[in-house]
Structure formats: C-alpha cells, structure tokens
Design a protein around this ligand. Structure first.
Ligand code: PEP
Ligand code: MG
Length: 756
C-alpha cells in the first residue's frame, strides 16, 4: 500500500467523484467504491459495514472477502474489530488483527489470510453510520497518511449513505425512538418556565453538494473569503445594539468573537482543503472531528468551547453557500420550542426572542454558554434530554417544564391540559410569591428567619429584588472564572465585584472565594485528572498551595468593597489551621491596602464553610477565628453519607431528611450557639419548603437558596410555629427511619404548615 502518490487522498477523491457521477444503483456504486479504494490503496481487502436498525453492523460491500458474506455478516454492537471502531469512533490500526482481544472470527468472510487491519468510522452529524476497513496479508502498521486518506474517503461515504438511497436512513435510528406515539423525556431543568408550543428543529446544517475540489487553489481562496465574511458577520452581530446583552452573556459572546479568529482552527481548515476537499468539505471534515471530540469529552468547560467552534463552523458553511445565517429562523411559528443536540450562544441569539418560548438542548448544563444566554433571554430551558433531537420532528406539538426538566413530545390532550394547569399554577404561584415578597419571613410565634439567595453571575442579581431576599448568602465566585476564556485580570475582577455590590445596594453579599477543583475545572490552565476529585485538590486547598490566586481575588474584593462591609466565605475548610492561614493572607492584603492608601472595606468579615465533617468537631475553635459559619449541606452530606453527589446511581440513596442528617444539623446549631457563633445553611435543601421546615426545627435561622424558592419557603415560614417543629424534630432525631419525609409532611398537613 503506497502511503502517497497513487494512494494520495487527492487521487482517491478524484476517482471517488467519478464513481459518484455514474448513473447506477447505490449498491453498484458501493461495490465499485470498495474495488477502487482497494486498488488505489494497494490493499487486498476493502469492505464497508453499515449500521442497521438495532445497532448491528452489516457487511454491505467488499473487495477481497467472500461476496456471499455481503448482507449476511452482521456484527452486533461492540462486537469484533468493526464494533470496536464504531464504539470508539476512532480508527483502529493493527498489524496483527487476530491477536487483538476484540477480534471476532467469521468463517463465512474468508478473512483468514489477512493480518493487518485498518478500520475507520463513517461519521456524519456526530453519529457513526458505518465502518470502512482495509486489510492486507502482510503484518504491518498502516502509515499516518494512509489512515488520513481512508478517513477522508469515509467522510465522502457518509454522504453516499445519507443521500444514496441505499436504504431508508431513518432505519438507522433506534426503533423505539421513531414512533409517532407520545414520548416523555426527563432532563435537567436549567431555566424555569412552562411552555406549550411547536417543535422547531435546530438544523443549521447546510447540505453540502460538492465535497471534492476541482481546483484546490480556488477552494483555498473561497475558504479565506468565507472566513473573512464570518469574522465581519460576528463583529457586526456583536456591535449591533439589538442584542442588548450585558454581563456574562456579553462576555460569552465576546469569547466567541475570539474563536472566530482562532489560528489553530483556521489552519485545520486550510490543511483539509489541501487534501483535495472543497472548502465546504473541509469545514464538514473539521466539524465532524470536533463533534466526535465533543461527544467523548466529559469536561463540561472544554465541551463548551468545542460547541462554540461547532456554531462557528455551521456559520462558516452558510457563508460558503451564500445563505444568510438567520435564513432558517425567519419563519418560526408562534410559541416555538427549539430542539438541538448542541447549540452555541450566537446561534440562539440568531433566533431572537419574539417567538421562542423554550429550548431543549441535549448537551446543555447549567454553566453552558447557551444556558447563560437563554437565561438572559428569559426562555425555559431543559438540558440533558438525550435522544430528543433524533426523535422530534419539526411541527410536533410539545410541552416543556423548565423547572422539573420534563418534556412531553406529541402529548395527548390530557397532558396538554396538565401543563396548562401547571402554567396557570405557576403564574398564580409567581403572583402569590410577589404578594409575600415584601412581607417579613417571621413564624407564627414571632421568630424572624433570614432568607438569603444564592447567586454566581451578574444575571442572577435582579432576582434579589424580585424575590425579596435579604441578601446574597452565597455568591459562587468561581462561575465567573469558569465561563471566561482566560483568567480574569485584577481590573476585571474589581469591576465585576463592584457591579455585584452595586446591584445588591444595601443588602449584604457573602462572596465565597474560588471553590475550584472537584467537578469545577477552569477552561484554561493545566489540571491533572484525579481518582477522587471530590476528595482531591480543591477549594481552600488550592488557595493555600497557590496563594497568588486567592491574594488577587481578595485584593479585588477589598477594592470593590470600599467603605462597605465585605463578607468573605472560605470553601471546604477541613481544619482550623487551614482557615487561619487563609485569614492571615486576607489580613496581609488588608495591611497592604492600608499601607498603600488604597480603598478598603469599612469592615471585613471572614467565614468558613462547614462542608467537611472533621470541622464539625472543631466548631467552638473555628468560631474563635471565623466571624460566621455556613453549612454547605450539598458537600457535607456527600461526605457524611459517603455518596458522590454527582453520581446519579447513589446521589439520592440517602435522605437529608433522616435522623442522622437532622441530628448533625441540630448538633452544629447547638454547638455554634454555645460558642455564641452565627451559623447559616446554603445547600440546595434550604430551598425546599419541607426541608427548610425541618432545618428550622433543628434550629437554623438563616437559609440561603435559589431565588425562585424564596416565595415558597417564606409562605411555609409564615405558617409555622418554631416551638412545635423543634419539639417534633427532637422526637424524629431519636427514630431509626430511612427517611422522615412522610412524617414531616404529615406534621405539616396536621398543623396547617403550607408546603407547596
Ligand atoms: C454546598 O456544598 O452545599 C455548597 C453550597 O457549595 P457547592 O454546591 O457550590 O459545592
Ligand atoms: Mg460545596
């Protein structure tokens, strides 16, 4: 097999184009393809396997193996080397195929004499449609150029499969994903709102007609022109006043502008054109690679960056075929519900906010760039609904609950009524919460409970006023670091914190210093993979090992809090000396500001998060150093129950409403009270009315939660008597139930405590 010359991608592509131009059946074309590929690549065998319903891979054409095996040999999902290529979506290049553990012997194919094996996936739209293989008698590893050439051919093949009428492409979908019957999807509720509307598929994919270049030089020129067009389109999108983006949604889009100028990406596109592809073909090829990488990367921040590139690639494709970017978005129906596998922030903006009511993005998480923009646009958003983009059809009716994460495709009339009722209820609830907004959170027996909100981005700040929260009890500063492209500079940090403090007005804001590590990884810098990241190098541990990071953050917070009270909260404190070391660093920054005559806060309060069980046993001591303590129940119970909070198999196995958990909280509050210390709770449980009731029963008097939950918790508080609940919780702590949920709900019902 010649690595270049006869076997070069260009020669191959030219021959492929001739075959595609022939007027013949798809099967005959595949037969011709395998024989031409085999001869040009000097391979004894070339075969094409395509995926059929149920996920099996069927031999569709072969040169070199027994012809009788065609349409007979089927490899089940994950079976054999073909299955391995499909599963990993990576080329498999072996000099000794028989020796590989995945090898599966099929006597009917007659492949005994062929030792070397090269298989590449046939990929389109991020899905593996088939596998292209070449085999040779001599045992040898295929050269990198050869692998490249076969990959390019596989891409062209993907188009034949999609358009060639080999069989109904829909057959490639899993049968259970294709029916017309109603389907329910459960994802993550990322932005609240109930939507009842019509499916619009986000299909910005432009159908590429010509993949193989006539004149590579001319294609390079076309590519350059399109890139220039893309850059200026992105610039004008950003500069138009229309978008009215502020804060982090603007930052996300600014980072996107930088991507449009990314040299590495442009280089990849140029290289792909040089292999003999058209400019569109090159974009397709680079995009396919990206999609595959996205699908296999678990780091959410890296995935976000790749999504932005995908967005750009699709935009570039439109530049090349001369379609305006907003072409597909002009004829949106009223109440459009947009469905996408993945979506970049700029693509969402293209749709405008007039007709959209909701968005379902399979790949979105709370910190996705598209989620940040959706929130700014006031759309309901559900992420993680795997399979919906393949199943839904444009025009399908759909209902979406952006809070619970539920979506019903083609819902029966009764379900639509349920959602209508839910929407009305939500509107009533919003009205009800608005009505209690200005009422004090005081129990029936006159005990005031402080209700604070959790925040992390500038977009969250208007909720302070809307919800009537007493302040921000937890500001997760790491979110700002996570959405950017680079580490925010000191001046940026000062400006950001100042905006938060200004937005809060007279209300306090508790700034938690960077809680990085674990599952919160920055998109820049180097991070080593850890076996147990939740127990690893995170939060204050990083801050003490890399003091410059904390010092700069503290410096920015001090500057931004001039003449105000600054509240700083240190995350994941495990022992008192750790807290003291961080506090000393803060004191040094204060001293520096004093010596340099810089603006400083009127008062600086430093608190510790109680998330590590060891610190529970040091409460009196930590309260001598810390001005306040905030219980991070999300982490604390993860460690107390030894369950990974990010692992859905176990995350809900134990209940925070259990005798052990309530005893822990009660003990912490008592111990803090004995030391005259202040303790609050800012984990997710604070925002659930039943849990909040139990927490108040255990003695907690300050709760910090998602702003959307403040109304419901306040209504509960105003109907509660603290003496009754304290007595009841005391009794519960002595029990042995797995969960106290039913007992607490019965208590609420009996005593007229309003739990939504
Ligand atoms: C917690 O652990 O309860 C907490 C509030 O912090 P985070 O959820 O950001 O880890
Ligand atoms: Mg935590």
């Amino acid at each position: 097999m010649a690595p270049s010359g006869a076997g070069s991608p260009r020669t191959l592509l030219r021959r492929l184009r001739e075959i595609m131009a022939e007027q013949t059946s798809a099967q005959a074309r595949l037969d011709r393809l395998v024989s031409v590929i085999a001869s040009i690549m000097v391979a004894e065998v070339c075969s094409i396997y395509l995926r059929r319903a149920g996920g099996a891979f069927e031999l569709f054409a072969t040169e070199g193996l027994n012809r009788e095996a065609v349409h007979r040999t089927r490899m089940k999902q994950g079976e054999g080397l073909v299955g391995l290529v499909a599963e990993t979506a990576e080329p498999v290049n072996l000099s000794d195929a028989f020796g590989h553990p995945s090898f599966s012997y099929r006597p009917e194919t007659g492949e005994d004499p062929y030792h070397s094996f090269l298989g590449v996936p046939i990929v389109r739209g991020g899905q593996v449609y088939g596998v292209l293989t070449v085999q040779n008698r001599v045992a040898r590893q295929y050269e990198e150029e050869e692998v490249e050439a076969v990959q390019t051919v596989a891409m062209v093949l993907a188009e034949v499969v999609a358009h060639g009428g080999l069989f109904d492409i829909a057959e490639l979908d899993e049968p259970e994903l294709r029916p017309d019957r109603p389907l329910t999807f459960h994802g993550d509720g990322l932005c609240e709102g109930i939507a009842i509307g019509t499916v619009v598929l986000h299909e910005p994919r432009v159908k590429v007609e010509h993949l193989i270049a006539d004149d590579p030089q001319a294609e390079l020129a076309r590519l350059d022109m399109a890139l220039a067009g893309l850059r200026s389109a992105v610039d004008s999108m950003l500069d138009s006043g229309e978008l009215d983006l502020t804060g982090e949604s603007r930052e996300v889009i600014e980072a996107y502008r930088l991507f449009a100028q990314d040299q590495g990406w442009q280089q990849k596109l140029h290289d792909a054109v040089r292999t003999g592809l058209t400019a569109e073909g090159a974009v397709e090829r680079v995009q396919d690679e990206l999609r595959l990488r996205v699908s296999r990367i678990s780091d959410p921040f890296l995935r976000e960056r790749l999504h932005d590139f995908e967005d750009l690639a699709r935009r570039l494709q439109r530049e090349l075929v001369g379609k305006s970017t907003s072409d597909g978005t002009r004829d949106l129906p009223q109440n459009a519900v947009l469905i996408a596998r993945a979506m970049g922030p700029a693509e969402l903006l293209d749709y405008g906010r007039d007709r959209l009511v909701a968005l379902l993005v399979e790949d979105a998480t709370a910190t996705s760039h598209v989620a940040i923009v959706a929130r700014a646009m006031g759309l309901a958003l559900v992420g993680g609904t795997k399979g919906i983009a393949d199943t839904a059809r444009a025009g399908d009716p759909i209902v979406v609950d952006g809070e619970s994460g539920e979506a019903q495709l083609r819902p029966p009339a009764e379900i639509v009524s349920v959602f209508e009722a839910r929407r009305t209820l939500r509107e009533q609830r919003v009205a009800q919460f608005a009505a209690v907004r200005d009422l004090p959170a005081v129990t029936r027996d006159g005990v005031a409970i402080q209700l604070m909100m959790n925040a992390g981005l500038l977009i969250d700040m208007p909720h302070l006023d809307e919800s009537g929260a007493d302040g921000v009890g937890l500001f997760r500063t790491e979110l700002q670091f996570m959405i950017g492209e680079t580490m925010p500079r000191l001046a940026d940090q000062i400006a950001f914190y100042r905006r938060i403090i200004d937005a809060a007005g007279d209300k306090p804001v508790v700034f938690r210093t960077l809680d990085l590590g674990g599952d919160k990884i920055l998109p820049y810098g180097r991070w080593d993979r850890e076996e147990n990241p939740a127990l690893g190098w995170r939060a204050i541990r990083i801050a003490l090992d890399r003091p410059a990071l904390l010092r700069y953050q503290v410096r920015a917070l001090l500057m931004a809090s001039a003449d105000k009270v600054l509240r700083v909260l240190l995350p994941m404190v495990s022992d008192v000396s750790e807290f003291n070391a961080a506090r000393a660093l803060i004191d040094r920054e204060l001293e520096r500001a004093r010596l340099m005559g810089l603006p400083q806060p009127r008062q600086t309060l430093v608190g510790a998060m109680l998330e590590v069980p060891a610190l529970m046993f040091m409460l009196p001591q930590i309260l001598r150093s810390a001005d306040f303590v905030s219980i991070g129940s999300n982490d604390l119970f993860q460690f107390i129950f030894a369950v990974d909070r990010t692992n859905p198999r176990v995350a809900r196995r134990y209940d925070a409403l259990s005798p052990a958990a309530l005893t822990v909280i009660r003990q912490i509050v008592r111990s803090a009270g004995d030391a005259n210390g202040e303790v609050s709770l800012c984990g997710e449980m604070a925002g659930r009315p039943l849990e909040a009731m139990a927490l108040i029963g255990a003695g907690v008097r300050t709760l910090s939660m998602q702003p959307a939950n403040i109304g419901a918790v306040k209504i509960m508080i105003r109907s509660l008597d603290t003496r009754e609940i304290a007595h009841f919780v005391d009794g519960l702590c002595g029990r042995t139930d797995h969960s106290l949920r039913t007992r607490l709900a019965a208590f609420a019902a009996e005593r007229g405590v309003m739990i939504k």
